[in-house]
Design a protein around this ligand. Structure first.
Ligand code: ATP
Ligand code: MG
Length: 184
């Protein structure tokens, strides 16, 4: 499961919880330089990795055994292409099959991704429909997805609104300590 995770929020954690039963292992992969976005992530790769690490610590022990955080994309320079990540992972796990877990907004962009044809030949897709979005053309899993985005969390932080319903306490503590997102 990739993403900018700028910051990681409960909507992301809900996905992990809901799909865990389908997989032997889930890798959470914060992206380095998501090239399809109009601007770079607000928080640094290191900060986004740290927030993910803190948020994942709050998962149940059972889930923690399955979920691993990797800096494979953060460490890579240049634009982040998922196909590169998958090829790197395949070298480590040659016998495994891979599924990309993604929200419906991300899924609708796949054809624009770098080497999307090659990527499609290497992975399966599992799509979580975000509230208000239409059905994906890829296999979907019905979960009770939360109506929240990192953009909204950043906006709320900037305007001093309470974000405790949306992000883990440990992530909020980090954001405040590091003075991220213009938090007050
Ligand atoms: P931003 O507003 O900055 O784009 P985001 O909330 O969309 O942030 P991303 O890091 O872009 O978070 O998302 C990572 C992945 O998680 C994407 O595949 C995205 O579609 C999915 N996702 C994010 N939030 C939700 C949510 N509330 N429900 C379901 N899927 C989500
Ligand atoms: Mg997004």
């Amino acid at each position: 499961m990739g993403g900018t995770f700028d910051p990681i929020h409960r909507g992301h954690l809900r996905i992990l919880d809901a799909v865990a039963g389908k997989f032997d292992r889930i890798l959470v992969i914060p992206s380095g330089h998501p090239w399809l976005r109009t601007s770079e992530p607000v928080a640094s790769g290191g900060a986004r990795l740290e927030m993910c690490s803190r948020a994942l610590d709050d998962l149940s022990e059972e889930l923690q055994e399955k979920v691993a955080l990797t800096d494979i994309e953060i460490r890579r320079s240049g634009p982040t292409y998922t196909v590169d990540t998958i090829n790197q992972l395949r070298a480590f796990f040659p016998k495994d099959s891979f599924t990309l877990i993604l929200g419906s907004d991300a899924a609708s962009q796949i054809d624009k991704w770098h080497k999307s044809k090659e990527l499609k030949s290497l992975v399966n897709f599992l799509v979580v429909r975000r509230p208000g979005e239409s059905k994906s053309t890829y296999p979907e899993i019905e979960i009770d997805a939360l109506d929240i985005s990192a953009t909204e969390v950043r906006d709320y932080l900037r305007s001093g609104k309470d974000v405790t319903p949306f992000i883990s306490d440990s992530v909020l503590t980090y954001i405040k300590e590091a003075g991220l997102y213009g938090s007050k």
